[in-house]
Design a protein around this ligand. Structure first.
Ligand SMILES: [Zn+2]
Length: 87
C-alpha cells in the first residue's frame, strides 16, 4: 500500500519539501514495527504527527484522539499495520 495516497495534496507537498519530516515518519514506523514484533502491549501510533503512544491504546483502536497533535490520528499498532500505515 502507498501511504501517501491518504494525504491531501498540500500535505504531500510539504513532506516532499522537508527531509526531516520524512525521516521522522520513517523513524516512527521503524519503532512501531519493532514494538509490534516485540509484542508490546497498549502501544499506538498517531498517523497525523507520528507520535508513538505508549500504553493504554487498544490493538484495534482507530482514529483515537492524539494528545500530542490533538487530531484523531491514533491507531493501535496492529490496526495501523493492517491498514497499511506502517508500510
Ligand atoms: Zn498526533
Amino acid at each position: 500500500m502507498v501511504v501517501q495516497a491518504r494525504l491531501a495534496p498540500e500535505i504531500e507537498t510539504e513532506l516532499e519539501c522537508s527531509m526531516s519530516d520524512s525521516q521522522v515518519v520513517n523513524a516512527a514506523k521503524s519503532e512501531a514495527l519493532e514494538l509490534l514484533y516485540a509484542d508490546a502491549a497498549g502501544i499506538g501510533i498517531c498517523i497525523e504527527c507520528w507520535a508513538i503512544h505508549y500504553g493504554g491504546v487498544e490493538p484495534d483502536a482507530a482514529n483515537y484522539r492524539c494528545e500530542v497533535c490533538g487530531l484523531l490520528g491514533v491507531w493501535g499498532l496492529e490496526e495501523a499495520l493492517i491498514a497499511g500505515f506502517l508500510d
